[in-house]
Design a protein around this ligand. Sequence first.
Ligand SMILES: Nc1ncnc2c1ncn2[C@@H]1O[C@H](COP(=O)(O)OP(=O)(O)O)[C@@H](O)[C@H]1O
Ligand SMILES: [Mg+2]
Length: 376
Amino acid sequence: MSEHSKDQHKPRVAVVFGGRSGEHAISCVTAANVLQVIDRDKYDVVPVGISTTGHWVLENGDPERLAITDGRLPEVDITAAPVLFGTNRELIVSEPGSVPSTLGEVDVVFPLLHGPFGEDGTLQGLLEMSDMRYVGAGVLASAVGMDKHYMKVVFQAAGLEVTPFVVIRDRDWRRDPETCRKAVDALGYPVFVKPSRGGSSLGVSKVNDLDELDDAVEAARLHDPKVIVEASANDPREIEVGVLGGLDDTDPIASVCGEVVVSGGGHDFYDFETKYLPEGEEYTALSVPADLPEDVTAEIRAKALTAFDAIEAEGLARVDFFYDADGKIIINEINTMPGFTPTSMFPRLWSASGKDYPTVVDHLLTLATSRPTGLR
Ligand SMILES: Nc1ncnc2c1ncn2[C@@H]1O[C@H](COP(=O)(O)OP(=O)(O)O)[C@@H](O)[C@H]1O
Ligand SMILES: [Mg+2]
């Protein structure tokens, strides 16, 4: 077989990144890394960017441009050729003023998008409509995993402990903020105020008394009209576990536990700065594996698998817990597209569990290419 005809039989992966959410830049950073490790002998790769305005383009995926340089956050190149998915899984280039041309069929999509319009089931729905295979959670799991309110409802039903919470919907806040304030008061301060469908700590505030509440709710509402307010866990340690779908129809597997330690610098929780910006780095340490008693580790890993199955996740997820001062294990959230740069927690958890970054990427693509389309 000639090199050329062999190439034609390689599965085609469209790596989709960027997106309309506040986590656009982080998605670009992730994509730069994933694009570098996908095995080109096995897969043919097409980088597809979604701009902050929601336009799809054929990106070149240049890793240097997609990195965070001198604190500058990267963006999808909006000047690149516009593309869209057509019927029959075809990727179509449609430059204004010229005849649309096809780039051929895509076998699997790797959606590396965080947050709304990417991690929340909307993109997954679009791909289902096109009969396209893709990496990760399906429509329902993505939507539930995005929404801090509904994920808690599902977790509680699966017997997992969550922090007490109050939901403030757009209409509640506009029509009767006083009732909302009273409901929050009943939780006891401090509370955490969050956009229900957010991520990367964007719009999350710790609120110490009623006077600070309105500003925090308004800040969260800049990201999502639906706000969740949670009682604070009691001086918790933050423990995270990676979950991967099992290959060949086996059960999902949990990684070792990792711990996020945030201290000093005026950051009293794991905020955007401590997560991503260079100046935050000195205040954050990821400790992998976490220094925990063996029975606690086993319990947290088991709970991570329960959470993964509770929302019917597929492919991958990172499940985040609070291990509080009273020894309680409280689930904070599940992320169906966790941070995925090589220094992010999820890849580090797997590397400590015997799967390095390229292996995890390959595992995910193998799962996605082998799963059927349609209802499963
Ligand atoms: N109920 C809580 N009790 C204590 N700390 C919290 C609570 N909720 C959030 N935090 C802190 O805020 C951070 C961000 O909140 P999280 O719900 O994980 O939002 P995101 O989805 O943006 O990561 C957590 O990592 C933790 O440091
Ligand atoms: Mg979090």
